[in-house]
Write a protein that binds this ligand. Sequence first.
Ligand code: FAD
Ligand code: UDP
Length: 373
Amino acid sequence: MKVDWLVVGAGFTGAVLAERIASQLDQKVLVVDRRDHIGGNAYDYYDEHGVLVHKYGPHIFHTNSRKVWNYLSQFTEWRPYYHRVLASVEGRLVPVPFNLNSLYALFPPRYAERLEEKLIYTYGFGVKIPILKMREAEDSDLRFLADYIYKNIFYGYTLKQWELKPEELDPSVTGRVPVYISRDDRYFQDTYQAMPKHGYTTMFANILRHKNIKVLLNTDYREVVEDVKYRRMIYTGPIDAFFDYMHGKLPYRSLRFDFMYEEIEQFQPVGQVNYPNEHSFTRLTEFKHLTGQKHVGTTMAVEYPQPHVVGENEPYYPIPREENRHLYELYLKEADKLAGSVLFAGRLADYKYYNMDQAVGRALKLFEEVVAA
Ligand code: FAD
Ligand code: UDP
């Protein structure tokens, strides 16, 4: 087989690059994925009960990028959806990110009022403060509140998810869920928040439907790399695996998902409930909230974090911290040596904690600045 490009990985990064190359440059692309489906970690499917679920955990689309939104809108219609998350704290379910409503749900009204006033006076209404920053507050009430939130929302959850304390990770990790001085209970405040109306997999099928694109599933690229004639490769798998772990293994976190079906209309009040302080799982997601599907039953995913072990489970999360960045940079140097023949991009190849829209943005930028330049 002869193509212009061999793209490894049929997730957002690989699919978007394949589509751009096929439609804008009229060049031929072979997309190879070792899994038995397209979509990467965003893959969804109807389970044995007929409920639309996300195989690799809840995926909620949100972005501030008009460019990314317009790009994907060519391939899907959308269903508006605002994700809401509650966390179980001292027997109550309170909104996360922690906000003024969470404050009133947990503390007596007079005390909550005092804390609200101090929060607004110190930081301003509508402001978001990462928890690690808030813990530096000088005011003793605010420091008490920060320590309370740290202990009850972040500490246990982070220890389960990463086997690290919040301060042992790059501050951007817990900074994804900052304390929000507001009454807005939505998990995200992005301009565009919606789910692909017919699911992610359908959207991916539309992205990849082009006469210049062929998709080969159930195939590790190493099985075909000698047989396919191609000019250049785009690699979206783990960067350390590409180089046979020559500098050592880059750590990733993995998850085990347990799916649970109940013959009831609704299991929990919102799409996601977090359990920072109890159980060995971190969160429980009920898919019908996300997808809007009507069904007599409901399916939930329960997430049990675990270390990534090559060949045993999937590398879902890069672990953002200094020592891992140094190791990644050694691999980046190797990647740079191959720049003329192999391009590396995506959450695993860039070793960056990208959301879906960032993966799409990265792919579009790489196309414009390198592939098509
Ligand atoms: P991937 O989707 O990982 O695709 C890489 C592909 O490469 C995979 O399909 C893999 O099988 C394939 N591959 C790897 N090695 C090889 C090989 N040797 N040969 C052939 N194929 C190979 N983002 C959001 O915006 N919102 C969310 O709510 C959200 N929730 C998430 C929840 C979880 C549990 C996880 C893990 C991620 C979540 N994300 C979310 C992030 C989102 O999944 C990623 O941003 C996105 O999938 C990255 O796309 P990608 O193409 O870079 O990587
Ligand atoms: N986090 C937490 N408690 C929560 C929610 C998040 O401690 O209730 C921390 C935790 O370290 C988590 C990080 O914030 O890994 C990022 O959360 P996010 O919901 O963005 O994680 P993702 O959806 O990417 O798994």
